[in-house]
Design a protein around this ligand. Structure first.
Ligand SMILES: NC(=O)c1ccc[n+]([C@@H]2O[C@H](COP(=O)([O-])OP(=O)(O)OC[C@H]3O[C@@H](n4cnc5c(N)ncnc54)[C@H](OP(=O)(O)O)[C@@H]3O)[C@@H](O)[C@H]2O)c1
Length: 243
């Protein structure tokens, strides 16, 4: 069965691993035919990921879009619906982090963080949800963070956006439950991805890897329709960095 799966931030890090794990699942489950729509602002990243997904036998296409821009969100959703008529799974993964002491954060840091993490996630979900509501099925994942529940000194804006995402998710779940739509809040601790920039070997050794997040997410998607994984909390075994 064909599954139209739209993944934001699919060019790097956790989003890239999610795309690859969906693609690999098509080899394990012959009835599962993922059609991946890979979204980010960098075409070269997306092309490389799409090629790897196709090598696993999955259909994959790329869409260059900035989810902080309303016109680009509208275009992304309308072009997907024109081509495929539906969206079965939305993975709200694209996110940015500006990590600095609270007193050094700027208006640009604020707008970048809120534009992607809150505005982009909110309006993309708002545009996609009615499609799932009408057909009474679908699954929306949100990659938030343990910073959606725990504050860290260098993550004032990041935590503000992630706590905000969690509040939004809990509100959306109230709608989703009435129409058979699954909502999963994925809350990872530190994962080794480009978001962190340079990290020391000591840090890398204790961080999770993107596939540690994407594997459980794909498994949650493939569960029977009767079961919804509402939250996935994944932490480095030694605890949060900076504890
Ligand atoms: N890494 C961690 O430790 C960690 C832990 C917990 C939660 N998370 C969350 O997991 C998600 C993925 O993080 P990551 O570590 O994989 O980050 P990453 O390596 O920096 O990748 C982020 C992806 O999102 C895309 N993106 C960013 N802003 C975008 C926008 N406005 N429109 C479209 N695409 C956009 C980026 O591509 P372009 O810049 O090319 O658009 C990139 O493909 C984020 O929501 C993050 O908050 C990460």
């Amino acid at each position: 069965m064909k599954h139209i799966i739209l993944i934001t931030g699919a060019g790097k890090g956790i989003g890239k691993a999610i795309a690859l794990d969906f693609a690999k699942a098509s080899t394990t489950y012959p009835d599962f035919e993922p059609h991946l729509i890979l979204v980010s602002r960098t075409v070269s990243d997306l092309e490389a990921v799409a090629e790897k997904c196709r090598a696993c036998g999955a259909a994959a296409e790329i869409v260059k879009a900035d989810i902080s821009d309303m016109a680009q969100i509208d275009q992304l959703v309308s072009s997907t619906l024109e081509r495929y008529g539906t969206i079965d799974c939305l993975v709200n993964n694209a996110g940015v982090g500006r990590f600095k002491p609270f007193t050094e954060l700027t208006v640009d840091d604020y707008e970048d963080t809120m534009g992607t993490n809150l505005k982009g996630t909110f309006f993309l979900t708002q545009k996609v949800f009615p499609v799932m509501e009408e057909k009474k099925s679908g699954h929306i994942f949100f990659i938030t963070s343990i910073a959606a529940e725990t504050a860290f000194k260098s993550s004032a804006l990041y935590s503000m956006s992630k706590f905000g995402q969690k509040g939004f998710i809990e509100a959306v779940r109230l709608y989703a439950k009435t129409c058979n739509v699954k909502i999963t809040n994925v809350m990872p601790g530190a994962v080794y991805t480009p978001m962190w920039g340079e990290v020391t070997d000591e840090m890398k050794a204790i961080m999770m890897m993107p596939e540690d997040i994407s594997g459980p997410l794909v498994n949650a998607y493939l569960l029977p329709q009767r079961t919804s994984v509402e939250e996935l909390v994944l932490r480095p075994v030694s605890g949060d960095l900076g504890e």
